[in-house]
Design a protein around this ligand. Structure first.
Ligand code: NAP
Length: 309
């Protein structure tokens, strides 16, 4: 079920389905703009007045109330600042949404999404929860990725409409929490990788190295070391086999000690790398120093009670 790449295909349905967009912030407006560009009849609504003008000039119909916004459309998209706002919008029109498809493209946690999915199921509302893996400027492009979870049947039925928002619209799972887990997992990779890169720039910068001079080495390292390692790590985590003939936890711990000492000497903060050192030390203490770096997954899955949330 997970990773199922049911890619929508074009059809005349994309020109026929009326869609309502609730929330006209930066992302909501971009979604409405993309629907209008594909000639979907589009109804729009926003809590505060004054955000509809440009969309109305492109052909959108502005509704003066939530009920008026929901009434004409079999597909209702909500994209606002959080799930609290989502619930404030959809709950008063819960009965009206029955028999329609509610597509929630608001960011949040898997628990948020599952709670709205349960609310929708109780009312006979078809529900898809999506994670928009893109910025407003690229909404509607063929390469734009939006990940969906929820009703597989609704995704299949409305795939052409969803394609208007992002050509790489992909159904992941009936569990609506899964797209948001992908979203947060990838953001976590972005933040930790960017932070590691900034630590690297600070370190080499302490010797006067210009970021532009370091860039080709960082790029090659990413391409030839980090990226291939993703597949190896995936295989190790899937199998639970962490024997290595490449590089052990012990070897990495020694290198980490050097990195921390060199950072301190250079006046570079070590707070980014200290938690990794602590994971390496815990694994050595458990007698697993000969295993591969991928074995750290077992510590991440079973955090210390003091850091578990
Ligand atoms: P935004 O520009 O700040 O717009 C927020 C929208 O939420 C506005 O329409 C606002 O209405 C509405 N809103 C907030 N509280 C509300 C409430 N209690 N009741 C009704 N409406 C309420 O945010 P955005 O960039 O469009 O982001 C919307 C969602 O898309 C967020 O979950 C965000 O994480 C996600 N997203 C955004 C991007 C991006 O690059 N922008 C990328 C991926 C995902 P008012 O005008 O009345 O305040």
């Amino acid at each position: 079920m997970y990773g199922d790449t049911n890619k929508p295909t074009d059809s005349a349905e994309a020109e026929l389905t009326r869609v309502t967009v609730l929330g006209l912030g930066l992302m909501g407006s971009a979604l409405a703009r993309a629907l209008l560009a594909k000639r979907h009849p589009t109804t729009i609504w926003n809590r505060s007045p004054g955000r509809a003008g440009e969309l109305v000039s492109r052909g959108a119909v502005e509704a003066s109330s939530l009920a008026e916004a929901v009434a004409p459309s079999p597909v209702v998209i909500v994209c606002v600042s959080g799930y609290k706002a989502t619930r404030q919008i959809v709950e008063p029109v819960g009965e009206m949404l029955s028999g329609r498809l509610l597509v929630n493209l608001t960011s949040g946690t898997p628990a948020d999404a599952r709670a709205v999915a349960a609310w929708a199921a109780e009312r006979g509302v078809d529900y898809l929860d999506g994670a928009v893996m893109a910025i407003p400027a690229v909404i509607g492009r063929p390469e734009t990725l939006i990940l969906y979870g929820g009703s597989r049947a609704a995704f299949a039925e409305h795939a052409p409409t969803l394609t208007a928002l992002g050509g790489q619209s992909t159904f992941l799972a009936e569990d609506v929490g899964v797209p948001l887990l992908y979203d947060l997992a990838l953001l976590g990779m972005l933040w930790t990788t960017t932070a590691g890169y900034l630590h690297a720039l600070a370190l080499v910068g302490s010797a006067g190295v210009d970021p532009a001079d370091f860039l080709p080495f960082a790029t090659a390292w990413s391409e030839h070391v980090l990226t291939p390692d993703l597949a190896d790590t995936a295989a190790e985590v899937a199998s639970g086999e962490f024997a290595t003939d490449v590089s052990s936890i012990e070897v990495n711990k020694a290198a980490m000690d050097h990195l921390i000492e060199a950072s301190r000497t250079a006046g570079v903060a070590t707070e980014l790398v200290e938690p990794i050192k602590s994971l390496l030390e815990r694994q050595v203490e458990q007698g697993r120093g000969a295993e591969s770096l991928a074995s750290l997954i077992e510590l991440l899955r079973q955090p210390e009670p003091s850091v578990a949330r």
